[in-house]
Structures are given as C-alpha cells and as structure tokens.
Ligand binder design. Sequence first.
Ligand SMILES: CC(C)(COP(=O)(O)O)[C@@H](O)C(=O)NCCC(=O)O
Ligand SMILES: [Mn+2]
Length: 927
Amino acid sequence: MAGLSEGQTPVLEIDGTLNSNDGNSRGNKGNDKAVVLVGEENSNSNIDTQNQQGGSGGGSEREMPSMHRSGSRPQLDLSKAAIQGNFEVKNPTILLPNQSDDISHLALDIGGSLIKLVYFSRHEDQSIDDKRKKTINERLGISNGNRRSYPILGGRLHFVKFETTKINECLDFIHSKQLHRGGVDSRHWNPGVQVNDNAVIKATGGGAYKFADLFKERLGVSLDKEDEMDCLVAGANFLLKAIRHEAFTHMEGQKEFVQIDTNDLFPYLLVNIGSGVSMIKVDGDGKFERVSGTNVGGGTYWGLGRLLTKCKSFDELLELSQRGDNSTIDMLVGDIYGGMDYSKIGLSASTIASSFGKTISDKKELADYRPEDISLSLLRMISYNIGQISYLNALRFGLKRIFFGGFFIRGHAYTMDTISFAVQFWSKGEAQAMFLRHEGFLGALGAFMSYEKHGLDDLMVHQLVERFPMGAPYTGGRIHGPPLGDLNEKISWMEKFVLKGTEITAPVPMAPSGTTGLGGFEVPLSKGSTLRSDASALNVGVLHLVPTLEVFPLLADPKMYEPNTIDLADHSELEYWFTVLSEHLPDLVDKAVASEGGTDDAKRRGDAFARAFSAHLARLMEEPAAYGKLGLANLLELREECLREFQFLDAYRSIKQRENEASLAVLPDLLVELDSMSKETRLLMLIEGVLAANIFDWGSRACVDLYHKGTIIEIYRMSRNKMQRPWRVDDFDAFKERMLGSGDNKPRPHKRALLFVDNSGADVVLGMLPLARELLRRGTEVVLVANSLPALNDITAMELPDIVAEAAKHCDILRRAAEAGGLLVDAMINTLDGSKENSPSVPLMVVENGCGSPCIDLRQVSSELAAAAKNADLIILEGMGRALHTNFNARFKCEALKLAMVKNQRLAEKLIKGNIYDCVCRYEPAR
Ligand SMILES: CC(C)(COP(=O)(O)O)[C@@H](O)C(=O)NCCC(=O)O
Ligand SMILES: [Mn+2]
C-alpha cells in the first residue's frame, strides 16, 4: 500500500471523487496547498455577496421581472437513439444522432467568498439493453418513439464549491473536466459533435462581472450574467419541487425533514443570507418580489467577529461560538428580574433581553471577555434578528412558510436553532422556519436553470436519485479538489486517506438526543463535546437524473407512502442495524473479492470498499440525517452502491448460479408432486413453498450460519418440514377464499398478477415459479418483477429469462406462457409431452423494477414496471426486504399478498411479536 508522502495532500470534490494531489497535476501551478476548507483564509467578505447596495434593510422594494423559462423540451433528444455495436457488452455506447450539441454543462455563482459550481455530466445506463427488454417494451406497448423505450439516459448534477480567493483551482477544475466545452464525455456519447470553442457559461453573483476577463483569458469562455434574484428563486423552486428531502426544520438540535406538497408550495418567503440578507416573496416559477432585506447579515457577523475576536476565518469564528456562553455578555431577562421569568409576556429568565447588554455595566475591557462568548452572542444576535425580521415580513404577506438559504447557515446547528426560535417565538408557533440542504447552491442552480435547454424543470421528484459517493463521509461537504480519473486513483486515495485520517473509519458513538439548549435562549447545555460545529455539515450528494423512473401507479396514496417500516430515528434501532451491517462486512468483502477471481486488484478494491462503507456508517452514526431522511432501505442500498463504486458488480454471482442449478434439478419432481394434489392443498403447499424457500438469504447472518449445516436441498426440505400453521401473520384462508371461493361461489381469476421476486435459487425456482405457474394455469397473466441490478443474492431481470427457459423445459404451462410472453424467442424447448399443439396461453413476462437493492421504494420504479402495473389486479411482494423492511405498511389500489420469512430475531420481535424463522402471509383486499 502506497503511503502518503510529504507534499501530497488528499483532496476531494464534493461529489466524492477524489485525488492525491501531487502539486503539479493539471497545471495546478503555484497552488500546492490543495486542501480547501471552505471559509479558510478569506480576505474580504466571507459570505456570498448579495445585492445589498445602498443598505437594503427594509425599504428597497422592487418588482422583479418574470423569468422566461424554456418550454418543456427534454434535455436530450432521444429520437433514433441506438446502441452502438454489440448489445451484449456492458454499458454499450449509445448514439444520439438527433441530439444537438448545445447542451449546457456548467453554471457558476461567484460570490465574495465562495464560488459555487453546478455541472451536469451525462452518463450511460447501468442496466443492459437485452432482448428481454425489447420484447417487454413491445408487449407493454412502450413504443419506439417513447423515450422510455431507451435505456436510462439521464445524467448527474454535481455540486462543487471553491473559495473565491482560490479561483485558479476552480479554473483548473473546469479545464480538467472540460466543462467549458461541454464535458469530456460529450464526444464519447456523440462522436459527431464538435466541442464548442466559443462557449458561453451562465454565471451569477458579483464575481461574474469581476472575473469575466479571467475566464476569457484562461478558458476562452464568456460569462453570460444572470440576475442573482432570478437565480435564487429558480434554484429554490427547483430544489423544493424536485428533491424529496430538501427542506427541514431544526429546533433544539433536532433536524426533521419536511415533505413539501409541490402543488401547495406557493407562496413562500425565501430568505437568502449572504453578506447581507434578501427576503423574497415567491408566488410561482419566475414570479417573485424582493419584499425586504437587512444589511445585518453574514458579513456583519464575520466583520464584527473578526474585529472582536481576531479570528482568521468565518468557520473559525463559528467554531468558537460552539464553546461559548453568551450569558457573560448578553443581558438576560433574569438579570433584570432578579433571576425570575417575565412570564406575563412569555419571557423566560434565560431569554436575551439585550444583546451585548451586560458589557455596559461591567468594568471590563474587550480582552476580559472570552472570544468564544463574544462569537456566540454575536451569532445569536444576528440570527435572531434575521429570524425576527423574516417573520415580520411573512406576517406582512400572510406567509406561513419561510425557507432560509445562503452559505451563512452552513448547516450550523446554533444558527438554525436561533432563527427557528425567533420565528417560533414571534409567530406563537404559527410560522415555520425551514432550511435547505443545498442552501448554498440556490444561485448556481438557478443559473443552470437559465439555459434554454436544460430540461430540469420537466423533472419530477421521482426522477431524481441522490447518491452519496465514497468521498461523502470524509468531506461532509467541506473539502473539494480536482477530480479523480479512474477507479485506481480512487482506491489509492482511499488507502492514503486512511493512513492520514483513520478516525473516521471507526464508528463514532452517537451523541444523546442533542439540544443546543435554545428553548428560550438558554445557555447551551451541551456544548462542544456533543454538538460539533459541523454536526449538521452540509452534505449534498450527486443528483442522478433518471427520466425513466415513475411512481408505481398502484400505490393507494403516493403522497402518504413511506417505504421504510423501521424508523431509524429510534436510536437503538439505528445502533442495532449499524452493528449488523458492520459485522456482515468482512464476509461480504470475502464474497466480493472471490467474485472477481480473488486477484490482488480485487483485494485492493475489497479493502477500499470496506473502508468507504465503514466511513459512510460512521458518518451516519454521528449524523443520521446527513444524507437526508435515513431508513433501513437507504442503508442497504448504500451498501450495494458502494460495492458498485468499486466495481463489484455481482458479488454473489457464483453462489446464485450454484443455487439456481441445484434448485432447477429438483423442480420437475416438485411440479409432479404438486400436480397430484387437490386445488386447496396445492394452494397451501405453494404458499408454504414460497415462505420456506425464502430462507435462502445471504443477507441474513442467521441464515448464512445455517448454510454450513447441509446442502441446499437439505435446508430447503428442513425449512418446509418446519412450516407450521398458523403462521405468525396468517391470512391464508382469506387469500384461499379469494382464489378458490367456497360453496357455489367461484371467484373470477385475477387478470394480471405482479410477482415481486426476491432471491435466486430455491426462493425463485421452487417458491415463486410454481406459484406463478398456478396463476397462469388459472388464466392470470403473470409478470415477474425482478431487480435491475444485483443486490446480495437477489435474482435480476437479466438472469430470470434463462431460468424460466430452463424450467419451461419441464413444464408445458410455463413453456406456453413464456412463449406467449416473448421469453422463449430463441430457445429450442423440448416439451414434456412432445405435443406440438399451440393452444393459446396467457403470457408470463419479466420486467425490471428499476432498483439495485434488497428493498424497494415504490415511488421510483422502472417505466416497464409502471406500464405492466396498468392492468394488474394482484400484487405479490416476496421477501424480507421488499415485503417487511419496506412496504409492510404500504397500501395498494388492488389486492396485495405479502409473503416473507423473518430471518432476524429482533425484527421478528418488533414487527410481529414473534421469533426468527416465523412467517408472514398478509393478504390485503383491494382498496
Ligand atoms: C438483507 C435482507 C433484507 C434480505 O432479505 P430478503 O429480502 O432476501 O428476504 C435481510 O437478509 C436482512 O435484513 N439482513 C440483515 C439482518 C441479519 O443479518 O439478521
Ligand atoms: Mn433477497
């Protein structure tokens, strides 16, 4: 493992790509101190410069012209898109012959202290365009002209920031990624496209004027200046509409994400706190008015703070406030009332009566006060003042919601708590202060939105997936640097970083439910040790734009839908699941390394993966809401994403193959056995079979321990033999009644069933396939819904057709249905009875679900699945991940059957008051 030599400093950008900077890469001359802590060494104002000319406090109102936004043109013209070359290769190049070359890739907000960059990179579809996909698109009527018929053709939005004083680093960064010419990947995507040498980049903020010549000189690009207010509003509107966990409240140290109803977003008050403060009433897209502002803002805090404390940077000043006690400086209500509350007007003794008021009576000099106390008094004075003025303006216009943005906030807990307290106190709880995760990027995003053909305003919340790459836990959104070129660089960075900064890889004990002690402006109860200044450090991931994702149309109430069953806001749950995942890690790394041939390269990648994932866990343990609202499904998905980042594309590949083969070998006998039974007994055996076979789960520690005790078939038999009704949740009788009726009542068969399958091997082959066959036999169309990408030992939509084809060799029902569903186009099938008869059959189809996780969030599914759901009247969700961890409480418009074996003792106790290996068979009639 290479060590980190002197002069080499690990640097990384906010999206987590990272690099070991050797001081001479990418022409980064004279700039060898490459680690940039935001806020360090700022000479001028440390906060973004806003329009504060002439002291905007209160009076300067002006009507802003409406913005002209482009129409609803998609960002990419996908017509006639085609795969280049071989369909079978991974991530084939996709040609977009009709795509014009003026796609915008970069926008800037150049403030007084920080340069914020938003850039877009196109990326190729992760899933592979196979024959199954083509067939299913035809079947489901997804026409060629429809953009959904093509692989995911989105891109990623990256958020990066640089100190304005280090503008050369920013220019190097843009140059290295060729962002000023449309991105390094543009030729790869469309070889016909010429890079643009006379590019124009949208930019906002004062620096767009100040540095225009420098951009022209260094990069040959012109900066097209956009109005700052226009940009702020456009950025805020986009974020509030498109990002699910963007807005949050922050009261007494507790962060809570707020679900914004996009149909009920306007009007709201946007308060942007830069050097000065702008208050903007927003009534719609491009419809806003700057109604007020105050010249007492972030610049005031930093300016006064610098004079009073000799601090060298804004962040240092903030850090100081963390250890401060403002009661030594502020005059409190209790100081005036002899330690008593002034309860008649609702003021507690600890409420600040007069900021800095105590210093008038003391015979002390500046040097007699602790800088920590001064910083905290100042921070509270300014934050409180901003909160109060904001509320008064909200009151003026009858606005209930106030969103605060701007880099003054910096995710700082005291700042947010103080602002929230002011709004809460003066509004008597009527108005709510909310903060934005991308607080500092409103302007840059808005500038990006101002391109004619950005296409972003067409995107909906379900088409955006935020991912946190390996660098996220290290950066906390604070450090950035040049990009990393390839995987090898990533790994070596990880190795080097670990040598330098191992502390983050060890899980950090969680602070007790923290309070800043601001319930009435009291002296902080828990300072320093429990509430780090960056406890809520800005964490923004990379936004993946996936235009093909849709909301699952059969959700009864999409707005109320919450995928996660277990609430990780409960600290003991969080700690438990973190421990489970940490303990599973060594085994997972072994499997992953073996899946790549156990080479030295695979081992290095395995190590780097383990470090990166442990760092994510440690970061989230410390700040569970760092990446947005955290549920168990997010953690399980993060693990899969992290594996993929280190190019472990299918860690359980050989295990899956072995189990598929073993199960297919016994399938014919099982089918014969089932066929000899009465309908009633058979249905019970089928459901029992699904539950028993769900024991093949390589994600459960208990199950993996079991696998040492016998062969696959032995374990399967053992599991079946142990099946005993009633199951812990047992609605089988109701389901049977619906399927088979009773007496003269012969219910109509379902039209179409969606079977969400789970694990490879016995689970799908001996459990779900025989159940599918039974439904087909009854005349119900069956759609097998499987993962788009591998996750643990789950079967994928790519793998399923071959398994169906193999099973169909032994079963006429499956054969005819698979043929009708287009699954057997090329297969030469020998039928059991040798009959050539071609009686019509209902189809058996396979669709991908759009995810690569053991769980499923039904707010973001593939367009295939959404199309297949149209005529479905039965949903069968199988497995712990899909039916218990997620969707246990989901309600559907049609009938639903949730089947799973609980393979974890704690979950069994919590969810069903039962024990490990208990089963769930929950049947829910249509809503
Ligand atoms: C990862 C899983 C959700 C997969 O379960 P499945 O959906 O395959 O039934 C499950 O194995 C799990 O929750 N495992 C972690 C807990 C444990 O090891 O007990
Ligand atoms: Mn599974």
